[in-house]
Every structure is written in C-alpha cells, then in structure tokens.
Design a protein around this ligand. Structure first.
Ligand SMILES: [Zn+2]
Length: 442
C-alpha cells in the first residue's frame, strides 16, 4: 500500500493537530526529543500552516538507531512487577485478580491481572519484545487506576468492561533486555519431538541483533509464533516458515497468552479488543516536519483481507477491520486532546499499513474477530534507554484511557472508520537507514 501524498497527510495533520501546532513547541519538549539538537525555537514557533519542512535547524543526522548500552533501571523488572501486581491486588479490595497464567521458558512467572465485570472483554499485552518496556509501566498505572478509583470513569469501566492485562509477557527477554525470548531449538524439539528433523523456525535468532548476542543464548521473536488456528499443533512440514506465514505456538509464552484468549472467548463469545504494546525505531519524524519526532505510531491493520486471501477465508466473517479502525481513532482523538497540555502527545502517526503478519498476536487475534490495536512508541532500550520513560508511558496511558472510555460508553461505535485513514502516515526515519531497518518490525 502506498502512502497518502504529502498534501493529504498535511491536510489531515493540519485538521487534527491544530492545537499542538498553534502552541509554540517548548524548547524543553524539543530538547527532550533530541539530546544533541540545539534548541531551535524557530522550528516550533512557526505556525507551519503551509506544512512545508521547517527551515530551522534540522533534526536530520541527530538521531541514531545504532545500539548503545544505556541505563534501564527505572523500568519495572520482573521481580518488581510481581511486587507491584501483588500490591495492586491487595489495595483494590478484591477488584483486581492477579493470576499466574504460565511460566516462561526459563521458569519465570507470567501473570495476568483481571478487573471489571462488564460484558466487553479487553485483552492488553506488553513487552512481547523484552527491549520494549514502556507498555508494562503503563499497564500497571492503568490497573492501579481502574482497580482503586471510585471515580465515575473507573466505575463505568468496571461495569462495562472486563479488562485482562498481561504485562511483560516475555519475562526472559525482558530480563535480558532484548527482543527475543531465551529458548533453544533443542528445547523446542524436546517439547515437540515431531519436529526433530524439521528446520528451525525462520524467526529463531542465533546471531547478534540489536546489540544482543544470540549465539550464546539463542531465542525466538515470539511475535511471529502465533497462529489464528488457536488449537494448532506444530507440524514439521510447516517449518521453517516465513514472515507472511502463521506461527506454531512453539514458545510457552505465546501458549500462555493464547490460553487466556481462548478462555475469554469461551466466556464472552469473543474478545472485543486486543491491544499489544511495542516500541519502534527512535528516529521517525512527522510527515510534514523533520524537526518533530513521532511519539507513537498506531495501527489496526496487520493482515491481508481474509475474504480475498487463499487459506484464510474461514476468518472472513469474524474479521472486523472497521472496528479496529474505530479503536485507533479513539486512541488518536484522546492523544490529540492531550496535545493541548504537551505538543509531544500530538505527534501520533499511522504505522505502515502494508504489513501482512498473521503470525503476530495482533494478526492472529484480529482474524478471530477482535478489534486489534498496535501501539509503537518511540525508541527501544538500545537506542533511548529509559530517557523518555515518563513521557512515553503517559502517551500509552492516555491512549488506552481514551480508547477504554470510548468502548465503555459505546462512543467507539459512532466514530468514523474513515478518520483512521486520515491519520498522518509515519514520516521517514532520519537515522542511519540500515540501523533503522533492523528495528522496523512490530
Ligand atoms: Zn515490538
């Protein structure tokens, strides 16, 4: 799919982010977006009404996706996650139920937290890529709010929604601060002896990647390990597969999430909404302004239309792209409103729409009828560390807050799916193209 033209994107942007554009971009916000960039008030103070690239100091060349060793201790690690979930469960007075839903390959607990008793089920997952940590912190804040607040909003959510959050679903990758999990092909074959003669899966990492050495500790990109056939069992003829194929549930982490999804489907008829929280490259800029980094890209489209894709026709009746678009519009609108407080919340773009990834959680669950939503905040730990943790955590939180309120009130059904297509597309990355390519995957 080709991107909308610049003028279309600029028109959409001008309509949607008038508040953020009208507000002079504070130097503090700008400097927090690019450490080495000199303050360039011209880039922000100009109303930019023509949507031409600014003539002020360009950010180009001032951002890199090359891996660095950066501090991450402010993020919630696995041990802290257990403590915090336990605390939330305790102070919620029975509203939040925390459960161990499985163990990772290295025997770490994978927890779910459930809150609310409404008819619409919402599943939220984070840190399927262990170097993408903001979502976990955002989910903890969300659970704390909905579990403890007596506000009308929280009460509405609890009565209309059943929220199940699985923060840090790949705890082994998270502890290693890397994308993949921590599992060898031999361990897969031990679990599935029928694969003894099969070629290892295409998403099995055994070489350095994003600054991590998988040669000593191999692992899988488990966000290619899902299958829309939720009862799928691995078959040797389906290996090694490729990016456009379905996955196999080879990892205990994806099986744990799959089992929760299946249980919710049995309980509610379907999982209304599924959100997966990620990070993308650090150097993407707005389509009309190379001085403004993209704070977050969002998407509701992960697979080719099953109605016209051979082998996927059985999913066509359940697949509901329009609903996914409405959920994204709810997210987008909420963040544009927040741009009034801080322009960085307004720098939201549409993730590339030409993806066909049925082996992702989003792809597989979308094919099963869930409104699927991807959040991709700026920069993984190897490029930004914890530098923008608070800003990005708030971005995810406000996006989820707006989306959940929209579902709970039913407003989401009144949103125009076409507004999704008017969200500005992600602009180019101004980092080194090769380094960016290595991080440009959901
Ligand atoms: Zn990711």
């Amino acid at each position: 799919m080709s991107r909308p033209t610049r003028s279309l994107a600029a028109a959409a942007l001008a309509g949607a982010t008038v508040l953020s554009l009208a507000t002079a971009m504070p130097a503090a916000a700008q400097s927090s977006a690019a450490t080495t960039q000199p303050n360039s008030p011209t880039s922000a103070a100009q109303p930019n009404s023509t949507a031409q690239p600014n003539t002020g100091a360009p950010a180009a060349g001032k951002c890199s996706d090359e891996p660095q060793d950066l501090p991450i201790h402010e993020f919630t690690d696995h041990r802290e996650l257990g403590i915090e979930l336990d605390r939330i469960e305790r102070v919620s007075g029975g509203r939040v139920e925390v459960e161990e839903i499985g163990r990772s390959n290295q025997d770490r607990e994978i927890w779910s937290a459930r809150v609310g008793h409404g008819p619409k089920s919402v599943l939220l997952t984070s840190e399927i890529h262990g170097n993408e940590k903001v979502g976990t912190d955002a989910l903890l804040r969300l659970l704390d709010f909905v579990g403890t607040s007596d506000s009308a909003k929280a009460q509405k959510w609890r009565s209309e929604l059943t929220i199940v959050a699985i923060p840090k679903m790949n705890p082994d990758g998270a502890e290693l601060d890397r994308r993949g999990n921590d599992m060898t092909w031999d361990e897969v074959v031990e679990e599935y002896p029928q694969l003894a003669d099969a070629e290892p899966a295409w998403n099995y990492y055994t070489e350095p990647r994003q600054g991590d050495d998988y040669s000593q500790r191999p692992g899988f990109d488990i966000n290619r390990d899902y299958n829309p056939d939720l009862s799928y069992e691995p078959k040797p003829e389906d290996l090694p597969g490729e990016s456009a194929d379905t996955g196999w549930f080879l990892s205990p982490e994806t099986r744990a999430v799959r089992d929760v999804y299946v249980d919710l489907t049995e309980e509610f008829g379907k999982v209304d909404t599924y959100v997966d929280l990620h990070h993308q490259g650090a150097c993407y800029v707005m389509p009309d302004d190379p001085d403004r980094f993209v704070t977050m890209s969002i998407s509701g489209k992960f697979v080719d239309d099953p109605a016209t894709t051979p082998g996927y026709e059985q999913y066509a009746d359940d697949y509901d792209l329009d609903y996914a678009k409405q959920l994204n519009v709810a997210t987008y609108n909420a963040l544009q409103a927040k741009a009034n407080d801080n322009p960085l919340f307004g720098n939201i773009t549409l993730y590339p729409q030409d993806t066909n990834l049925p082996g992702t959680g989003l792809g597989s669950f979308a094919l099963n009828g869930s409104g699927a939503v991807l959040y991709e905040v700026r920069g993984q730990t190897q490029t930004l560390g914890q530098k923008y943790r608070e800003q990005l955590t708030k971005t995810v939180y406000f996006g989820l807050e707006g989306m959940l309120s929209s579902i709970a009130t039913g407003q989401v059904d009144n949103l125009d799916p076409a507004a999704y297509d008017a969200i500005p597309p992600r602009g180019p990355s101004i980092g080194d193209a090769e380094a960016t390519a290595r991080v440009d995957e959901p």
